[in-house]
Every structure is written in structure tokens, then in C-alpha cells.
Design a protein around this ligand. Sequence first.
Ligand SMILES: [Zn+2]
Length: 89
Amino acid sequence: MSKRKFDRPVLIAEDAGDDYPSSVRVWCPFCVAYHYHGKCNKEGIIDKRLEGHRVAHCHNPDSPFHNGGYYIILPKSAKNAAFKERSRI
Ligand SMILES: [Zn+2]
């Protein structure tokens, strides 16, 4: 993800906790709720492609995420992106 440009909003995913061990969650400001996304492939193994584009699970009909979804990234990638951005200044 190092030099990738995002054409959709980016949400930072976090582990969904023990109740949803095969999922991550992102906070949606339009639903004021978490959206859950699977992190495992069909064999139950954590998918290396966890980060990427997702279809929005918004229950708010006015959410702009319905128009093209969003990207989810892990905190580590977000930190790296922020560091690179600061380094350019
Ligand atoms: Zn939403």
C-alpha cells in the first residue's frame, strides 16, 4: 500500500474482538456504529488482502459510503502513511 492513491474514503480497521474473531471493524461516522468485515478466507485463514476496497454496510440511507464504498487499512499501514506524509514537509 506504500504509494497507493485512494479514490475513496479510507477507514482504519481494528480487531473486532472475541465476539467476532474472524472479523475486523471500522467506525462509520454516518451510521455512528461499527461496520464489520471478514478478515479470513474460506479456509478460515487470515487473508493477506484484508486491506482494500469494501462495499459499505451502512444502514444510514444518506451515507456517502453507498456511493462507491471505502477502503479499509490496518493501523500499522495508517501509521506508515502518516509518517511518510509528515516526512514530505
Ligand atoms: Zn455506515
